[in-house]
Ligand binder design. Structure first.
Ligand code: SF4
Ligand code: SF4
Length: 333
C-alpha cells in the first residue's frame, strides 16, 4: 500500500466512510464448491440466505452498483458473488464507470468463462482468479472451472491468483512450492496471493489449520516469497497470520470495509465471511495486510493501529446519510 493511499483511506475513515467496498453483485454461481461461505445458511445472519435474496440484472444492476459507489465513495471496490462473471455484460459496463470515478476495481471469479481482453491493460483493475490448490484437488472441488478451463479462459490476460490454504495442503510437504512452480512461470500470472481457510466459530473441519501448521506456514511463506517473486506477500503481512485479530472489533479490515449482498441493501457482517467467523483463526490476506499496516510504528513508537482506532471513533460521530429506499418493483418480484 502506497503512502498516498494510506492518507486517502485515513481521510475516508475520519469522515465516517468505509474506504473499501465489497458487493456480491449476483446470487448465482455455476460452481458448488464444498465449504463455500457465501452459500452458508448463516452467511447473512440466519433467516434469509444469499440464494433467497432478490438480485438484479441488466441496467438495474449497473445503476444499483453505481448508486452505492457514488454514495459511499470508496477508494477500492471488490465485485464478488456468487460469481460476478455470471453478469459479465453488466460488469463490462460498470468497470469503466467505476474506474472513471477514480476507484480501484477488483473482480473475484472462478474464471469459469472468459472475459474482455481489454481488462488486461486497464490501470487500477485487478482480476482475481480463485484456484483451490493443485489440479487433482482443484478440479474435484471447482468443476466446471477446472485447470484446463481456467488456462483457456485466461490466455492473453493478466490476472492475480488467489488460493486458500487448507489443513489438507499443509499435511503434504512441498504442496505450496509445487503450486507456485506450476503457475508463476506463466505470463498471464501477475501475482499470487494466499489466504488461510477461516472457519466459523464451533467448526471442526479438515480444512482448518492446527496452531503448529499455521506457524509452520508462516516460516514456509517467508522462504517461498524469496524464491517466487510473483508471490506478492510482504514479510510483515505473512507474520500477521501467526496472530489474527481475535474479534471483529479489533479487525481493521472489518471496520474499514462495507459488504453488500446481492439485493444491494443487505449488509454482510461482520466481514465478507458473514455468519460468526472465528476471528482467532482468521486467514484473510486483506485482513493480514491491514493488520501489518496497523502494527507499523510511526516515529518508531506510535502504532498506526492506535491512530486508526481513534480515527474510526471520530468517523462514527458523523451522522450517517440515509440508505435509499428499495426499488418497489424489485420488492414486489
Ligand atoms: S465459485 Fe465462489 S461463490 Fe461459487 S460456489 Fe465456489 S466459492 Fe462459492
Ligand atoms: S474473520 Fe477475519 S476478516 Fe472477518 S472480522 Fe474476523 S478477523 Fe476480520
Amino acid at each position: 500500500m502506497k503512502v498516498s493511499e494510506v492518507v486517502k483511506a485515513w481521510g475516508r475513515i475520519l469522515q465516517g466512510r468505509p474506504p473499501s467496498l465489497s458487493i456480491e453483485i449476483t446470487k448465482e454461481c455455476p460452481l458448488r464448491c464444498p465449504g463455500c461461505y457465501a452459500y452458508d445458511d448463516q452467511h447473512l445472519g440466519g433467516g434469509v440466505t444469499l440464494r433467497g435474496l432478490s438480485d438484479f440484472k441488466g441496467q438495474d444492476l449497473i445503476d444499483g452498483v453505481l448508486e452505492i459507489a457514488d454514495r459511499v465513495k470508496p477508494l477500492h471496490i471488490s465485485l464478488v458473488g456468487g460469481d460476478p462473471l455470471v453478469r459479465y455484460r453488466e460488469v463490462e459496463a460498470m468497470v469503466p464507470e467505476l474506474l472513471n470515478r477514480g476507484i480501484h476495481v477488483q473482480i473475484v471469479t472462478s474464471a469459469f468463462r472468459g472475459f474482455k481482453s481489454e481488462w488486461s491493460t486497464m490501470e487500477h483493475l485487478n482480476v482475481v482468479v480463485s484456484i483451490d490448490g493443485l489440479q487433482p484437488d482443484h478440479d474435484v472441488r471447482r468443476a466446471p472451472a477446472t485447470y484446463d478451463r481456467i488456462l483457456k479462459n485466461i490466455a492473453g490476460q493478466r490476472i492475480t491468483i488467489h488460493s486458500t490454504i487448507t489443513g489438507q495442503m499443509m499435511k503434504r510437504p512441498g504442496y505450496l512450492a509445487e503450486f507456485l512452480e506450476f503457475w508463476t512461470p506463466k505470463d498471464e500470472i501477475r501475482k499470487v496471493w494466499f489466504s488461510v481457510f477461516t472457519p466459523q466459530i464451533g467448526d471442526n473441519l479438515p480444512e482448518m489449520l492446527t496452531k503448529e501448521e499455521r506457524l509452520r506456514l508462516v516460516d514456509e511463506l517467508l522462504v517461498l516469497r524469496k524464491r517466487f517473486p510473483k508471490l506478492d506477500m510482504a514479510e510483515g503481512l505473512i507474520r500477521q497470520f501467526a496472530t489474527p485479530p481475535g474479534s471483529p472489533d479489533k479487525c481493521v479490515f472489518a471496520r474499514t470495509t462495507a459488504v453488500y449482498s446481492a439485493d444491494l441493501r443487505t449488509k454482510v457482517t461482520p466481514c465478507q465471511y458473514g455468519g460468526t467467523p472465528d476471528c482467532s483463526s482468521c486467514g484473510c490476506i486483506a485482513t493480514m495486510g491491514l493488520e501489518a499496516v496497523a502494527a507499523h510504528k510511526l516515529a518508531g513508537f506510535i502504532p498506526v493501529g492506535a491512530i486508526f482506532k481513534a480515527s474510526v471513533k471520530i468517523g462514527e460521530m458523523w451522522p450517517k446519510p440515509p440508505e435509499p429506499l428499495p426499488n418497489p418493483l424489485k420488492v414486489l418480484q
